[in-house]
Design a protein around this ligand. Structure first.
Ligand SMILES: NC(=O)C1=CN([C@@H]2O[C@H](COP(=O)(O)OP(=O)(O)OC[C@H]3O[C@@H](n4cnc5c(N)ncnc54)[C@H](OP(=O)(O)O)[C@@H]3O)[C@@H](O)[C@H]2O)C=CC1
Ligand SMILES: O=C(O)[C@@H]1CCC=N1
Length: 259
């Protein structure tokens, strides 16, 4: 399969490295060419000189530039003949109709990926232009399988999905970091704290999945009456932590709708 990737940043490089397969040939381009140096000697990666070269040589063309750069890319694509190629946009907040209009193409697919897919365990939402038929959808979903789970999703749910799934890892990192710094404050070395915090979160998630219990049930199992855990939970409630997190999710969601 000939696969194009326009924009080799966080997501473009994740796609290039995760979808790697000897049966694919990748045609890639990035604005800053020095970023592509490490791919120069890989047999099935062709570094292209223009967006036209990427598009002409690829059946599936991922567009993974930032939303503010996407118009210039679609403008270039709009001047090219569609010849069985598909545009697969990763841009947050950019709808299929808008992409189709700007690129003057019908074969438009929208995905919402996550950096987590680098280890094959992410969830990728996908939506298709109305003209794309079942067999074509199947082939595209199959192509994305190395990323983890591929979830066909109504476009109106993409904004919420983006914040949970794709921004999510940053929120998780922030919360983990808060616990690590809390642990340093009570005398643990940073490395030890990180190790314990990661294992505690991982173990808690596995436990919830295995025991199939509610989150509040886990809170009550851990919180002894008048004990230490409830003291900490009380502090979090008094500081409005849950409200602050809900607001953070909402503000990100609103921002995504503005794009
Ligand atoms: N980061 C994430 O976790 C997620 C990102 N997304 C979406 O994916 C897209 C990419 O995000 P991300 O990878 O983080 O962004 P990055 O800035 O890391 O990567 C974008 C890349 O596109 C390149 N670029 C910009 N304009 C052009 C152009 N005209 N031709 C070729 N290359 C170009 C940039 O080059 P240069 O090296 O010069 O900057 C850069 O390397 C965005 O639309 C974002 O909304 C979606 C889900 C998750
Ligand atoms: O922060 C962003 O805008 C992108 C989209 C989702 C994750 N990163």
């Amino acid at each position: 399969m000939n696969i194009g990737i326009i924009g080799i940043g966080n997501i473009g490089s994740m796609l290039l490295e995760t979808l790697q397969n000897k049966e694919h040939t990748f045609h890639i381009i990035n604005r800053t060419r020095s970023k592509l140096k490490k791919y120069e000697k890989i047999g099935n990666i062709k570094i292209c000189k223009s967006i036209k070269d990427v598009y002409k040589n690829s059946k599936y063309v991922f567009v993974s530039v930032k939303p503010q750069h996407i118009d210039e890319v679609f403008k270039e694509i709009s001047e090219l003949e569609e010849d069985g190629n598909y545009i697969i946009s990763t841009a947050a907040g950019k709808e299929i109709n808008e992409i189709s209009e700007k690129s003057k193409k019908n074969n438009v697919v929208r995905i919402m990926p996550t950096v987590i897919s680098k280890i094959g365990k992410g969830v990728t939402a996908i939506a298709f232009h109305e003209t794309i038929v079942r067999d074509e959808k199947k082939e595209i979903i199959e192509l994305l399988k190395p990323l983890g789970k591929v979830l066909e999703l109504e476009e109106e749910k993409f904004d919420a999905f983006t914040i949970l799934n794709s921004s999510g890892p940053a929120f998780v990192a922030f919360i983990l970091e808060s616990f690590i710094e809390g642990a340093i404050n009570i005398g643990l070395h940073a490395d030890t704290a990180k190790d314990i915090v990661l294992k505690t979160f991982e173990g808690s998630i596995r436990f919830l999945e295995k025991e199939e219990i509610d989150l509040s049930e886990l809170k009550y199992r851990v919180s002894s009456p008048g004990g230490v855990t409830i003291k900490g939970l009380y502090e979090l409630e008094q500081k409005g932590t849950k409200g602050a997190i809900m607001k953070a999710v909402y503000e990100s969601y609103l921002k995504n709708k503005e794009l």
